[in-house]
Design a protein. Structure first.
Length: 196
């Protein structure tokens, strides 16, 4: 994955391994959507015990992936969490220098892809329950391009910039109270070289 400067660039194996856990990735995704939450709120969303969720949140915090947030209620016993950055980025060049680091990077990439594929499978199963305008707007396509490595990097940056534009538009609309008709939308783009 590559990201924008507001993303936390993961360069050490310890942080990568802390993130590369199925429940932790789900917790990070839920926390990005809610922006702030307690372990109890997140436990409901991922259908796990609060104590287990609390443990994994502490592990994410130990590596600077999430941080404590200002309390959102008067209950002083509740610990609120928020993402420490807009997202994370993981770059191949930070992990290819030795076999253990490369293997950790590959394992994390596989886990992230499996979760993304699972999200899309779930959408396909639930598609009949979405309003027609959502099913019509959803996109799944494949383009085969002949590019240089530089052009691929340029394409990836343009796609990230476009996604940021829509992310900022949605945040601004919600800040203005315009939440009508808005849903969470996952955008998974996989661009990679291949040979026949």
């Amino acid at each position: 994955m590559a990201g924008e400067e507001r993303d936390r660039r993961i360069t050490d194996v310890g942080t990568l391994k802390a993130l590369a856990h199925p429940l932790r990735i789900r917790l990070m995704r839920c926390l990005r959507l809610s922006r702030v939450a307690t372990a109890s709120h997140l436990a409901e969303q991922v259908d796990e015990a609060v104590s287990l969720v609390s443990y994994h949140l502490r592990k994410l915090a130990e590596h600077g992936l999430i941080e404590e947030a200002e309390p959102q209620s008067a209950d002083g016993r509740e610990r609120w969490w928020q993402p420490a950055s807009d997202g994370v980025s993981i770059h191949d060049e930070d992990f290819r220098d030795d076999p253990e680091r490369a293997a950790a990077h590959t394992a994390a990439g596989r886990l992230l892809f499996d979760q993304q594929a699972g999200m899309y499978r779930r959408y396909l199963d639930e598609r009949p329950h979405w309003a027609p305008e959502w099913s019509t707007a959803a996109e799944s396509s494949e383009s085969v391009l002949r590019l240089t490595a530089h052009e691929l990097a340029e394409l990836a940056e343009e796609l990230r910039a476009l996604a940021r534009k829509y992310q900022e538009r949605g945040r601004a609309a919600e800040a203005a109270g315009n939440t009508e008709g808005r849903e969470n939308v996952a955008l998974h783009t996989h661009a990679f070289p291949f040979r026949d």
